[in-house]
Design a protein around this ligand. Structure first.
Ligand code: NAD
Length: 325
């Protein structure tokens, strides 16, 4: 990167950053977190009392990747009426040697890409090698990114899906068709019985999948629960499965594990940072019949990692706007 300020727009992010870049960046930063080389700072999230908006920061420092900065943004529910995305975010990167502002990077596309990369990293490290059926729960904005990234991790032969608003499913079906995968809308119980890998990516506040519906040996990437009160899985499922997460503190406070923790079904020590599996400190899946769950809560370090890649690639390819400071 140059000495000045690098500005990377949403459009340029889409041009220069791909799923492979995101996978590598997220896998590396999860590994750095587990080694203690990278840590997230406390998350700020506030209702600002204007435009019904929720606004906040996710920030941290990765000493291994030398990424220092924050993702600033939130949720503006009225944006859709103005032709804008409701979720808005921007990443600011700083030089860890001097504190100088280094880059401003559009965060909307990158958030979807890094979230899909997290579940994809979990599938790569925890799902059975012979997984054939991919089950999708959720069909909103993130779901198509999730499907594309997951499809690259195993030789899936079919996608089955459920969404509380079934009219949203054809969009997911179109992506499956593009990937050459047969697609079928199913009920939740049937999805649990058939899927070898399940991704949940909804805004649910109640369990959508019950413990006794899930096929032995399944891997579940639970990605929608990123706030206190949200929930996608039956807490009883977390009590019997092997649990992994991006960051244990977030998993127990605002991730899927919050409910099983509150009801005393599990304790913090039952949850393993996925970075330990990546680093080889934990074996990950231990048997073919074990159910594994990845509680993907979304950490600031993922945003910094992928924004750093975007800034480097955009600068190298001459696609960034450079400002002398
Ligand atoms: P979206 O609004 O585009 O889609 C929402 C999805 O949830 C749709 O499938 C919708 O039918 C479903 N849904 C809405 N209300 C529901 C309810 N009450 N019960 C069950 N399902 C419901 O949202 P999105 O951008 O696709 O995000 C989906 C979820 O993922 C959100 O909860 C979001 O906060 C979360 N998310 C997590 C991360 C992470 O890093 N873990 C990152 C980005 C988004």
């Amino acid at each position: 990167m140059t000495n000045g300020l690098v500005i990377v727009s949403e459009e340029v992010c889409q041009q220069v950053v791909g799923r492979g870049d995101a996978f590598t960046a997220v896998e590396q930063v999860f590994a750095a977190m587990a080694r203690g080389d990278a840590y997230n700072f406390p998350v700020i999230r506030e209702a600002i009392g204007h435009a019904d908006a929720l606004y906040g920061f996710k920030s941290g420092f990765d000493r291994a990747g030398l990424a220092l900065g924050l993702k600033s943004g939130g949720y503006w529910p009225g944006n859709a009426d103005k032709g804008l995305t409701n979720h808005q975010s921007t990443v600011c990167l700083f030089d860890p040697d001097s504190g100088r502002l280094k880059a401003l990077v559009g965060g909307n596309y990158l958030t979807a890409l890094r979230t899909a990369a997290a579940s994809s990293v979990s599938i790569a490290h925890l799902a059975r090698r012979d997984a054939k059926v991919l089950g999708m729960v959720g069909a909103g904005h993130q779901s198509t990114f999730q499907l594309r990234a997951a499809a690259e991790q195993r030789a899936f032969e079919k996608v089955i899906a459920w969404n509380p608003h079934p009219e949203m499913l054809p969009k997911l079906g179109a992506v499956a068709a593009e990937l050459g995968l047969p697609f079928q809308a199913v009920e939740r119980e049937a999805l649990g019985a058939e899927a070898d890998v399940i991704i949940t990516i909804t805004s649910a506040f109640e369990p959508l999948l019950m413990a006794d519906w899930i096929k032995p040996g399944a891997h579940i990437a639970c990605m929608g629960t990123d706030t206190v009160g949200k929930q996608e899985l039956d807490p009883a499922l977390l009590a019997t499965a092997s649990l992994f997460t991006d960051e244990v503190a977030q998993s127990v406070n605002l991730g899927e594990a919050q409910h099983a923790i509150k009801s005393g079904l599990i304790v913090d020590a039952d949850i393993t940072p996925i970075g330990e599996v990546i680093n080889g400190a934990h074996p990950g899946r231990r048997s073919a019949d074990e159910i594994t769950i990845f509680d993907g809560t979304g950490v600031g370090l993922q945003d910094l990692a992928i924004a750093s890649v975007a800034a480097d690639l955009a600068a190298k390819r001459g696609a960034a706007t450079l400002v002398a400071l």
